[in-house]
Design a protein around this ligand. Structure first.
Ligand code: PLP
Length: 360
């Protein structure tokens, strides 16, 4: 078995190796407590320090103020946010705007419909989600507007967010959270399952405006209510301690690497390398989605036949490039190149693409 492969899986996904190592080294005898980070109480001071620092570092990376926003680290995955958002902010007879750009958006919409009306402000499902619409038909009385900033399965990304005025803007950022330098101040809530860009599976980051929580519904089940998590600073019950500890290490890694500006530069470069390889392949490789919507995180592409695609994935694996099979609904190949994928990994993939094309 090789020491370490290049992991192109969509999530759980590759983490910065130095963070993985740090999590063991620093976590083993945490703060010289004689206990690992996995064993400490969530009611002790070292825990509180770790927790609060992770919250502060995340807001700092995002350029947000803790006076205005709060960070929750919750269980249940991004999928639980699909229902918590309408649970807190949408009632029968009310309407929320949803932009339908992919399979995850479809799931978010399904949950919202359990609570109120959904207005499809834009919908690319009729075109197999091959692009992200740039025009939105927003309902005048919407409680909020929900978008998916990156569509993990199709391989598209939103580059311009809807202008919603006073209507709260919500984004599922699971697969491109903290991957680019955007103005987070225009969002009232962003959420992301950690397992793509910021940590191990098992914790979900929810960054939300406190003033919006004050307007949320009351009388909903305790664990579902953002009010609960606000009042207890996200430790109402036993939180995902280890996972959040690793998220904290990833925040420090982002800061060491030039913050979101540095991260974005590297991501732009990596995505450009693969798309150039696709576009320069005389049609051997073809991008799945429209060029103006190409994701910098999940690059989807096809080969001339399914047989070749199978061989491509298998031979890539022999070169320690793993996880390149596309989602079953799209077929073909997908290279997920989140923050932690090194440029060297992308270079190895591009070299392999070139070799494979030449001999096929
Ligand atoms: C992976 C993913 C999800 C689901 O996340 P879970 O944490 O597994 O619930 C939701 N939205 C997007 C965009 C994703 O990529």
């Amino acid at each position: 078995m090789p020491d370490r492969v290049y992991n192109f899986y969509p999530g759980p996904a590759t983490l910065p190796f130095e963070v993985v190592r740090e999590s063991f080294e620093k976590g083993l005898n945490y703060n010289d407590l004689g206990m690992s980070i996995m064993e400490i109480s969530h009611r002790c001071a070292p825990f509180n320090q770790m927790w609060e620092r992770t919250q502060e570092d995340m807001l700092d990376v995002m350029g947000l103020s803790g006076d205005e926003y709060v960070v929750f680290f919750l269980g249940g995955g991004a999928s639980t946010q699909f229902l918590m958002i309408p649970y807190n902010f949408l009632s029968e007879g009310q309407t929320a705007d949803y932009v339908n750009t992919g399979r995850w958006a479809v799931k978010a919409i399904k949950e919202a419909k359990l609570f109120g009306n959904v207005n499809l402000a834009a919908d690319s499902e009729p075109e197999d989600f091959k692009h992200v619409p740039r025009e939105y038909d927003l309902a005048p009385d919407a409680q909020y507007v929900h978008v998916t900033s990156n569509n993990t399965v199709a391989g598209t990304q939103m580059f311009e967010f809807p202008q919603t005025g006073d209507v709260p803007l919500v984004s599922d950022m699971s697969s491109d959270f903290l991957s680019r330098n955007i103005d987070f101040g225009k969002f009232d809530l962003v959420y992301a399952g950690a397992q793509k860009n910021i940590g191990p599976a098992g914790v979900t980051a929810v960054v939300i405006k406190k003033s919006w929580i004050e307007r949320s519904k009351e009388g909903i089940p305790t664990m579902m209510s953002y009010r609960t998590h606000l009042s207890k600073n996200s430790v109402f019950n036993t939180p995902p301690v280890f996972n959040t500890f690793v998220v904290g290490l990833v925040m420090q890694w982002i800061k060491r690497n030039g913050g979101l500006e540095g991260v974005q530069q590297k991501n732009d470069r990596k995505a450009g390398m693969i798309y150039d390889a696709i576009d320069g392949s005389d049609g051997f490789y073809s991008g799945v989605v429209r060029k103006d919507s190409r994701s910098k995180m999940n690059v989807t592409f096809r080969l001339p036949s399914e047989g070749l695609e199978k061989r491509f994935v298998a031979e890539a694996e022999e070169r320690d490039l793993i996880g390149l099979k596309g989602h079953r609904s799209v077929g073909g190949c997908r290279a997920s190149i989140y923050n932690a994928m090194p440029v060297e990994g992308v270079q190895a993939l591009v070299d392999f693409m070139e070799d494979f094309r030449k001999k096929s």
